[in-house]
Write a protein that binds this ligand. Structure first.
Ligand SMILES: Nc1ncnc2c1ncn2[C@@H]1O[C@H](COP(=O)(O)OP(=O)(O)OP(=O)(O)O)[C@@H](O)[C@H]1O
Length: 303
């Protein structure tokens, strides 16, 4: 049996099925990305898993025990950060840790966790949570989610409000904890971040799971692309499209789909033909965001 299992779970709000026959599982030590467009059912699924919401059909099982709304015995070994962390305005970071530890965790472990999550520094100290920035609250929320030595941590948008260094720190922390066997289920709209972080991917659209598997398998089924940067990307794009190639602009580069007839050499030749200076050219698989959009555009599970 897997650490977390959802078997045919459904949840409706009125006549709308926010979760429609959802089944997937999470194994120990895996970092699983739960992704999908706005309103797809990610938060609803996370709330059902963490016992914050009832569901009408199917079953969620965690660590061999069923998870039911308001029946929290099975949840002692599950940490979560869903929506806003439960933060008390007049508590310091350490007050929160002591409070949530509930004598079950010794002080050395609290010190270690505060250090790991970066809430031990002078910025925190005696400062009360009402004076924390969004990023500080988010770090504290992650520390709280980790305090009772969980086997699974469910994180909804954990990178919200974090600056690039903090994102990097939290990524390293999640990866090191996963290596120790802790599983993570993470939802985020920062798909680049999830692409770097997650081992597995579960895609939900209109309440239905439309794909699940390893991140590398999912990315591997995407298109191969040529990314080219020139001194005039608009002109490069026009030249590519005039040649009948599938191409679009992304950030500061032109992304061209590789086919039997279109390769990096042809792209370079086209740039020369139009007197363009190529500053960078790379080939590789499509990224998570592009492939997700492609999969969603062809999903016809429900209209
Ligand atoms: N308490 C509720 N009452 C009625 N409808 C709800 C409720 N909670 C969620 N929904 C609806 O269920 C659907 C799924 O919502 P959910 O918040 O799970 O999506 P999401 O994938 O987390 O979206 P987002 O990426 O925008 O956070 C949406 O259509 C939403 O409007």
């Amino acid at each position: 049996m897997s650490l977390l299992e959802l078997n045919h779970v459904s949840k409706s709000f009125g006549s709308y099925k926010a979760m429609d026959n959802v089944s997937f599982s999470v194994e120990p030590g895996r970092i699983v990305a739960l992704i999908g467009p706005n309103g797809a059912g990610k938060s609803t699924t996370m709330r059902a898993i963490t016992g914050l919401m009832s569901y009408s059909q199917g079953e969620v099982t965690f660590d061999g025990q069923p998870v039911r709304f308001a029946k929290t015995t099975s949840l002692a070994k599950m940490g979560n950060l869903i929506e806003y962390p439960s933060i008390y305005p007049n508590f310091t970071a350490r007050d929160h840790m002591n409070y949530y530890a509930m004598d079950a965790v010794d002080h050395a472990d609290i010190d270690e966790l505060m250090k790991l999550t970066g809430i031990d520094g002078p910025k925190f100290g005696k400062r009360k949570a009402k004076k924390f920035s969004l990023g500080m609250k988010q770090r504290l929320g992650i520390a709280i989610a980790l305090i009772r030595n969980p086997k699974l941590v469910v994180l909804d948008e954990p990178m919200n409000g974090l600056d690039p260094q903090s994102v990097r720190d939290i990524r390293a922390l999640i990866q090191s904890l996963a290596q120790k066997g802790i599983a993570f289920l993470i939802s985020s709209h920062l798909l680049d971040e999830l692409q770097r972080l997650a081992d597995d991917v579960v895609i939900i659209n209109r309440g239905k799971i439309i794909r699940q598997g390893t991140m590398s398998d999912f990315l591997g089924e995407g298109k191969a692309e040529i990314k080219v940067r020139t001194n005039d990307n608009a002109k490069m794009l026009e030249a590519a499209q005039d040649a009948g190639w599938e191409a679009h602009l992304s950030d500061d580069q032109v992304v061209i789909t590789m086919t039997a007839d279109v390769n990096a050499q042809k792209v370079l030749a086209k740039a020369t033909e139009f007197n363009l200076d190529v500053t960078d050219i790379q080939t590789g698989q499509t990224n998570l965001e592009d492939h997700l959009l492609e999969v969603l555009s062809t999903d016809s599970t429900r209209v």
